[in-house]
Design a protein around this ligand. Structure first.
Ligand code: ADP
Ligand code: GN1
Ligand code: MG
Length: 364
């Protein structure tokens, strides 16, 4: 079924050659992603085809406009560098000139150059990966410091507004739409006990103590491609949430996804922990590329951001579990609750090592 669909779509984009093969690809929670082979000049060239989740992203055209501005800006900076289409996403336009195609069911589809000989990882394997991922995300922020006005469109309002995420949780608890609140009392209690932490960064921003920047906002480990040969973090992907934000949203999500040796949905919580050596590698990699433009205040809150963003995503998984799994893709019963539990276990592990994390930051 999807093959016919992708074949038809492929003819609407500016891609020469003949459709050959397609398969679902990656492990993202939001969009539908396919690797598509198109025969060109006698050899198969791969492309990434994606259906944008318009339940999550309500204004796909504005979103694609952000992505075009961001990727074209980075492409200009890469001018002259070999293999520049391996270092940024490259959007393939439709034959009508638009950066997307709308199908008969009102879905929005887009196509990217497939970055070959590089992979994304769901679970961190070694310190080099942590260093490289953080370095690449830091470089990405640095590349966008001089993006010309206007301000980027907010593709999801309040995306990292943690106090608002708590409001949504409290509403979901009160409504208990899926009748699941009784099955997650401990998790609800864990979240509510940490509510006071939620507003710290947004308040510092309101008081002018932390600057708004252009951030990625979804810097999980599998949103950066690592070169199969050199091990370098070569390309930041999944740009749907690139918009104004605090740098902490990015560093925090790196801590969340690149320090624990366990999968995000691991059921055995004894496997979940914040590994200090990975935190150190993240901090060093990130400061190497982003260190020069960060203010002392921004640096000071890097360890805290790891705790906050892990807590925030845990709160979002819990909210979705209580609401009946309406946002994140789920593949089994209780999936969102399992994900929430790993996040909260990780929060606890960060809390236990918080003092050493601060000491390390001061020493760097
Ligand atoms: P989602 O928003 O659902 O997470 P992503 O944009 O992150 O979707 O894509 C899902 C996965 O597809 C990524 O984790 C990565 O493995 C792969 N991927 C995405 N874009 C590319 C690309 N241009 N080249 C190679 N792999 C890609
Ligand atoms: C989603 O799209 P993906 O899978 O890279 C989510 C992130 C969450 C993450 C949790 C747009 O990221 O915010 O942190 O899942 N993206 C969106 O794994 O909500
Ligand atoms: Mg992704």
């Amino acid at each position: 079924m999807f093959k016919e669909k992708l074949k038809t779509l492929s003819k609407q984009f500016n891609i020469p050659g003949d459709f050959h093969f397609a398969m679902p690809y990656g492990s993202g929670h939001i969009n539908d992603t396919y690797a598509v082979d198109i025969n060109q000049g006698g050899t198969d060239i791969r492309y990434i085809f994606q259906r944008i989740n318009h339940n999550v992203f309500k204004q796909p055209e504005e979103l694609m406009n952000n992505i075009m501005r961001v990727t074209e800006h980075i492409t200009r900076k890469l001018d002259g560098i070999p293999d520049c289409t391996r270092h940024t996403l490259t959007v393939i336009r439709a034959k009508n000139g638009q950066p997307f195609v709308r199908d008969a069911e009102s879905n929005y589809w887009r196509v990217y150059v497939f970055v070959e000989k590089a992979l994304s990882y769901d679970v961190i394997e070694n310190e080099q990966q942590a260093y490289e991922a953080a370095h690449a995300f830091g470089e990405f922020q640095k590349d966008l410091v001089d993006l010309p006005a206007p301000r980027l469109f907010e593709t999801i309002p309040n995306f990292h507004n943690t106090p608002w995420r708590y409001e949504m949780l409290e509403q979901a608890i009160a409504e208990d739409k899926a009748g699941r609140a009784a099955s997650c009392r401990k998790e609800i209690e864990f979240a509510l006990a940490r509510k006071a932490d939620a507003s710290l960064l947004v308040n510092l921003q309101k008081n002018g103590e932390l600057p708004e920047r252009i951030t990625h906002n979804d810097t999980k480990l599998n949103n950066v491609l690592i070169d199969n040969v050199t091990g370098q973090g070569i390309c930041v992907i999944d740009l749907d949430t690139v918009m104004p934000g605090l740098i902490h949203y990015d560093f925090g999500d790196m801590v969340r996804t690149s320090t624990s040796p366990a999968k995000e949905d691991e059921k055995d919580l004894s496997k979940v922990s914040m590994q200090f050596n990975m935190f150190e590698a993240l901090l060093r990699g990130y400061l190497k590329s982003a260190g020069e433009f960060l203010t002392p205040m921004e640096k000071h809150y890097l360890p805290f951001s790891g705790k906050l963003i892990t807590l925030e995503i845990g709160v979002r998984f819990l909210t979705d579990y209580l609401s009946g799994d309406v946002y994140f893709k789920v593949h089994r019963e209780g999936h969102n609750l399992d994900r929430c539990r790993t996040q909260f276990k990780l929060v606890q592990s960060i809390e236990e090592q918080y003092e050493q994390m601060m000491k390390l930051l001061e020493s760097i």
